[in-house]
Design a protein around this ligand. Structure first.
Ligand code: NAD
Length: 343
């Protein structure tokens, strides 16, 4: 295959972002878009006349115009869209959260593996410059055996009482801080430590939302007695942009990281790695990480290029495969089962 023909299903905020990014890949031809919004369809007709438009995604999937789709509909629809894409032999990049049910998530992972189709969920922080570097340091054992990690994911997404009730205000549609933000933090821990062995100490709270949680706290343990504590708050009005922060403690040192850079503390110099004892601070822009095109963040470009390159090279994607997203889905649903929402 010289070019991957790609369609976008759901041309809202993320659909537009992904379209603009992947349209720059030399091995891609953008062929189709499906959306139900009249305003969006008018815009596409005006600015992208060569792209075929559909109001029903099923017609896009059976059109024969696409080898792969990027699924950016409201989260509750991910399952039905991915399922039909698989039946049509179409590879899928699906936005997060993967589905709204672990049973559906597992079914999709099984289906795509059985058909050998490339599959990836948009857990984009795996591709973040700083967090990819943190993963590299952990894999090299720079801080020794990890004992504990504290994760905070904070934003001002919902910073006043909600008058307009979009899909994000209902859990059954995939709304709420656990699905929208917690899923990213949980996936990042899966990326570092694998699937959790135990999930406990769950608490959910409301600040401005009526039907979903604004705050999530959960404690988990991973293989090798790694304890993880996650705190998510999408009603923290002190953050203009979302901020994900990590504190990782090990027997030989500690890593403190956020989206702007990392600080590494080593109890003793690591001569093999060329690192001194004590603190080493590295801002994000000092970490070499070339990116061919930049919209919203290099990690958004890298995850989509990885998806397309996997199709072109006939290999499994190096991003988050559906199978690993099943684990994250299980964790989220355990949080829902265990956690009381307190107003
Ligand atoms: N990775 C990230 O950081 C990130 C950030 C934001 C959103 N997301 C995820 O991306 C997905 C989309 O979020 P968004 O913010 O773009 O939402 P959005 O509401 O802006 O866009 C959704 C689009 O889907 C369209 N749509 C609705 N029903 C449809 C149907 N039956 N067929 C085709 N199109 C349909 C809507 O008209 C809209 O244009 C969600 O799953 C969300 O959780 C991920």
């Amino acid at each position: 295959m010289d070019k991957v023909r790609i369609g976008v299903i759901g041309m809202g905020r993320m659909g537009i972002t992904h379209y603009s990014i992947i349209n720059t890949h030399p091995g891609v031809e953008m062929t189709a878009i499906a959306d139900t919004s009249g305003m969006m369809l008018n815009m596409i007709a005006k600015y992208l006349p060569a792209v075929k438009m559909f109001t029903d995604y099923k017609d896009l999937l059976t059109s024969g115009l696409v080898d792969a789709v990027i699924v950016c509909t409201p989260s509750v629809m991910h399952y039905e869209v991915c399922r039909m894409a698989c039946e049509q032999g179409i590879s899928v990049f699906c936005e997060k959260p993967f589905t709204t049910s672990p049973v559906q998530a597992k079914e999709l992972a099984d289906m795509f593996e059985a058909k050998g189709l490339v599959n990836q969920v948009g857990y984009v922080y795996r591709f973040d410059t700083v967090f990819a570097k943190v993963k590299e340091m952990l894999d090299k054992g720079l801080i020794g055996k990890v004992s504990h990690t504290a994760v905070q994911f904070l934003s001002s997404t919902i910073s006043k009482p909600q008058k307009e009730k979009g899909w994000r205000s209902k859990r059954e549609n995939g709304g709420g801080a656990a699905y929208e933000m917690g899923s990213h933090a949980i996936d990042l821990m899966e990326f570092f430590f694998g699937a959790p062995e135990k999930i406990s100490g769950t608490m959910m709270g409301q600040v401005y939302s009526e039907a979903v949680e604004d705050i999530v706290d959960v404690q988990m343990s991973y293989k090798g007695s790694v304890g993880v504590n996650i705190h998510v708050n999408w009603s923290d009005y002190t953050y203009r942009k979302p901020m994900l922060k990590l504190d990782i403690h090990g027997t030989k040192g500690k890593i403190v990281a956020d989206l702007y850079g990392y600080r590494l503390f080593l109890r003793e110099a690591d001569e093999a790695a060329g690192l001194p004892g004590g603190w080493t601070s590295v801002p994000m822009n000092m970490i070499p990480d070339p990116c061919p095109f930049y919209v919203r963040g290099a990690n958004f470009t890298k995850q989509l290029y990885e998806f397309v390159d996997a199709i072109l090279q006939g290999r499994r994607s190096g991003g988050c495969p559906f199978r690993e997203a099943v684990d994250t889905q299980e964790v989220i649903h355990t949080i829902f089962r265990n956690g009381n929402v307190t107003a």
